[in-house]
Structures are given as C-alpha cells and as structure tokens.
Design a protein around this ligand. Structure first.
Ligand code: IPE
Ligand code: IPE
Ligand code: MG
Length: 242
C-alpha cells in the first residue's frame, strides 16, 4: 500500500461532547427573518449533529437549549422556543424505536408547561433502555441553579437523618446533580463567536477543553464538529500534572 492509498485513521472522538447551541438569532437577523426562524434552523442543526455524533460513536451529547436567564427574552420568542421543543419531543417519541437515542434532561423542569414536562418525562422513561448515545437536553438550565438544587437535596437528606453533613465529598456531591452518573465532558464547543460559558456546566467542565468557533449554530455542520474534535486532539491535557 502506497503512502497515498493509506486512509487516514481518525482517533476516537471524546466520549462526551457538550455544545452551547448559540447564534440562532444572528443567523435569522442576517436573513431579515424573525428570531424564531433562527430557532427552527437551530433545531434542524441539532438533529443533524445528534445523528452525526451517534454515527461516529460519541456516547454522551449534552446540549444547552434554554438557560435560566433566557426567560428575559420577549414572551413571543420564549413561546416560539417552547413550541419548537414540544414539536421536537413529539417527533422524538414517534421515532424512538428507530433512533435508539436515550434522552435525559438537565435543568429545573418545574417552570416548563405541564404539557412540555410530560413530554420530557415520557421521552426520558421510554428511552431509558437505549445505550447507543445519550442526549442530555439542558432546559431551563443554569449551572449555579443546578448546584443550589443539589445542595437543597443534600440538606433535605441531612434533615431526615439519611446523610451526615461531614459525609459530603466531590464524588458524593456529583450524585446530587442533574448530571449524576454522566462522566464530565472532555470537550465543550461554543459556536457563534462568543467566548464565555453563560452558566453552562460549571461543576462538570473544570478540566474540559473549550473550543470556540466563529460559525452560527444553524450553519454548524459535521465538518465543524470534526474540526472541533481535531482541535481537541491537538490539546495537551495535564489535569494539573507536569
Ligand atoms: C441560541 O441562540 C438559542 C437560545 C439561547 C435559546 P440565540 O437566540 O442566543 O442567538 P443569538 O446569540 O442572539 O444570535
Ligand atoms: C447561552 O446562550 C444559552 C443557550 C445557548 C441556550 P445565550 O445567547 O443565552 O448567552 P449570552 O446571553 O450570549 O451569554
Ligand atoms: Mg445567544
């Protein structure tokens, strides 16, 4: 086999990729469309990337879909996003047997409409046996809120005598978070050009590699994901060691 014939073998992708799906509004504005059209295009992009992640063997994909701060937006935009989420979950429930995706939800779902909460719970319970790829949807998610809710749960266990205050360790606290049982993401990608985390997974990403990209989420392609993974493989992860 000559050098030119040799197929490049790609290194295995990280097992857990987290994405801040940002830039829908700017994508719509550039086209003179309402922001909701950007969110529809963003939902398409999510379908594409989730499929691609499954194809290349990513085990966990965590996506930031709606933050605890996003309620500050206009009622029209918020209700448009909620409608899209509902439609997506109905479709996911319909195609469940075909896609074999396990659904999980991070965030305080209690602020969502009862209908949306039910769709989330149905998707979670009906997909719990699938192990090919797990998609964690962050809905009404805030990293600080997740930590505060975790502390509340731990304090409630202490109050009923199930736990002692001095038992708390990093590993035990992990089990009180929405992400309990999910390994930390190795790679966090933020498209849209913004370079901040906007309250996304502060506990879980202390040693994650961050890749910020200048593409708007609706335009994000499998090639962009490949590029982010390549960048990840070029990084030298030291975890505080020499
Ligand atoms: C991300 O896109 C989607 C949500 C936050 C719900 P944006 O709506 O934030 O898009 P930009 O940042 O305004 O372009
Ligand atoms: C982060 O994006 C939240 C989601 C993508 C769901 P934002 O657009 O809300 O973040 P900021 O306001 O630019 O920090
Ligand atoms: Mg944004």
């Amino acid at each position: 086999m000559s050098f030119l014939d040799r197929k490049e073998t790609k290194p295995a992708p990280p097992q857990h990729i987290a994405i801040i799906m940002d830039g829908n509004g700017r994508w719509a504005k550039k086209r003179g469309l309402p922001r909701t059209a950007g969110h529809s295009a963003g939902a398409e992009s999510f379908r594409r990337i989730a499929n691609y992640c499954r194809k290349i063997g990513v085990k966990y994909l965590t996506v930031y879909a709606f933050s605890t701060e996003n309620w500050k937006r206009s009622a029209e935009e918020v209700s448009g996003i909620m409608k899209l989420l509902g439609a997506y979950l109905k479709e996911a429930l319909r195609d469940m047997e075909k896609n074999h995706v396990r659904f999980c939800f991070f965030g305080d779902l209690s602020r969502l409409s009862p209908e949306l909460q039910k769709l989330c719970l149905d998707a979670q319970s009906r997909s719990s046996e699938y192990h090919e790829v797990q998609v964690n949807f962050c809905l009404n998610y805030g990293g600080r809120d997740e930590i505060v809710r975790g502390i509340r749960r731990f304090a409630a266990d202490v109050a009923v005598g199930k736990r002692q205050p001095e038992e708390i360790t990093e590993a035990l606290f992990d089990t009180y978070l929405d992400s309990a049982g999910v390994p930390d993401p190795e790679l966090v990608i933020r498209p849209s050009g913004e370079m901040r985390t906007s309250n996304f997974l502060p506990w879980q990403t202390v040693y994650s590699e961050f890749v910020y990209m200048n593409v708007l989420w609706p335009d994000f392609s499998s090639k962009d994901l490949d590029a982010a993974i390549e960048e990840y493989h070029r990084r030298n992860r030291r975890f505080g060691g020499a």
